[in-house]
Design a protein around this ligand. Structure first.
Ligand SMILES: NC(=O)c1ccc[n+]([C@@H]2O[C@H](COP(=O)([O-])OP(=O)(O)OC[C@H]3O[C@@H](n4cnc5c(N)ncnc54)[C@H](O)[C@@H]3O)[C@@H](O)[C@H]2O)c1
Length: 371
């Protein structure tokens, strides 16, 4: 198969869909890989590294799209990319269709096979191609929180770890999933006093078993949240209700009960946020202050650390990409249910119910196409 790796063109996106090691792996399996000029530079991999691994560099995205049977990228295609995608071309990337009608219509029109990272799902319901970005965002949430607790940014002027003879910060993590667990682990490593909250008692039991001594668990309910945020220096929002908007667990009125200069990092901002006053921000302008509480609500946190994010993402995507390349998409999805769930649009037909429902489009069950 011929595989194409275009350079990401979405603003400030420095990740890339395939690393040189991925090129070697695909070459070993007998495939040809074309990479757009400088596609990997933002993640620390220059053209030479790709050439050494066996790729051929092409000057433009148009060249890559016109030659490839399968495109591997990171972000959903944006307008200038819509018409580069060919009929029957497999596009393996994040799509987030339900949030973008224009993108959905464009992928229906260009007759491609759209396999979305975010809906590839294991039998235990885990989302293996979303989890790496949650790991990055969870760990980064503590870095961001520590930084914005500094006085210059409007924070309390508190060092997360404290020093001998002083109190460490109190960090409250709401949501004990992938983001929350990674955040708690890093905050605990800094020496902060960490409280993890979740609505799932089994999850809390598990966290209680594996977390270090400076992490305690607490049931997430409105009373406990109201009490605990009064003592918090840093609150990390990490809840997810799959397929739904995040619930507002902290109201605007409750901000007044928090310490002046406390920081909220609402990682769940991409699902609407779990704080009433959350609104999406960017890496260029990441924070704002409401009622003396600093809010950090960057919706694409992993974008700030493209080297780590690209490696983490491609570690997870490569095995699936190799299956798609070796078997062709139809055989690959027939033999791997996880990949089957990644199919969103096939030759103009919407085969993912959530996407069809989001826009009132006709839904065609994937089983009626892949037999
Ligand atoms: N901003 C970013 O750059 C970025 C990056 C990655 C992920 N995210 C977002 O972070 C959020 C968390 O993702 P995740 O991968 O950790 O999800 P996850 O499914 O692994 O964990 C979510 C946890 O929230 C818990 N939860 C649900 N309702 C709750 C409540 N009322 N109180 C406390 N806990 C509750 C669930 O029980 C679960 O343990 C998602 O919205 C995700 O989209 C954002």
């Amino acid at each position: 198969m011929i595989i194409g790796v275009p350079k990401e063109i979405k603003t400030k996106e420095n990740r890339v869909g395939l690393l040189p090691v991925g090129v070697s792996e695909l070459k070993k399996n007998g495939h040809t890989v074309y990479v757009e000029n400088n596609a990997g530079v933002g993640s620390g991999f220059n053209n030479d590294a790709y050439v050494k691994a066996g790729a051929e560099i092409l000057p433009t995205a148009r060249d890559v799209y016109s030659k490839a049977d399968m495109i591997i990228k990171v972000k959903e295609p944006i307008k200038p990319e819509y018409d580069l995608i060919k009929s029957n071309q497999v596009v393996f990337t994040y799509f987030h269709f339900a949030a973008d009608r224009q993108l959905t219509d464009a992928m229906i029109k260009n007759n491609c096979i759209a396999i979305a990272y975010e809906t590839v799902q294991r039998s235990d319901r885990k989302l293996p191609l979303l989890d790496p970005m949650s790991e990055v965002a969870g760990r980064m949430a503590v870095h961001a929180g520590a930084k914005y607790l500094e006085k210059t940014f409007g924070g309390r002027g508190l060092l997360l770890s404290g020093v001998p003879g002083t109190e460490p910060a109190t960090v409250v993590v709401i949501g004990g999933g992938v983001v929350g667990t990674n955040a708690a682990k890093i905050a605990a490593g800094f020496g902060a006093r960490v409280i993890m909250m979740d609505i799932d008692l089994y999850r809390l039991r598990y966290l209680d078993d594996i977390m270090p001594k400076n992490v305690t668990t607490m049931m997430s309910n409105s009373y406990n949240i109201a009490e605990v945020i009064k003592t918090a220096d840093l609150v990390i929002g990490a809840v997810l209700i799959p397929g739904a908007k995040a619930p507002h667990l902290i109201s605007k009125d409750q901000l007044k009960t928090m310490k002046p200069g406390a920081v909220i990092v609402d990682v769940a901002v991409d699902q609407g946020g779990c704080v009433e006053t959350t609104k999406p921000t960017t890496h260029e302008d990441p924070i704002y202050v409401v009622d003396n509480v600093v809010h950090y609500c960057v919706a694409n946190m992993p974008g700030a650390v493209p080297f780590t994010s690209t490696v983490a993402l491609t570690n997870a995507t490569l095995p699936y990409a190799v299956q798609l390349a070796n078997k062709g998409w139809e055989k690959a999805v027939k033999e791997n249910k996880e990949l089957l769930l990644g199919l969103n649009v096939i030759n103009g037909k919407v085969v993912y119910k959530g996407v069809a429902d989001a826009f009132g489009l006709p839904y065609v069950p994937v089983e009626s196409i892949v037999k």
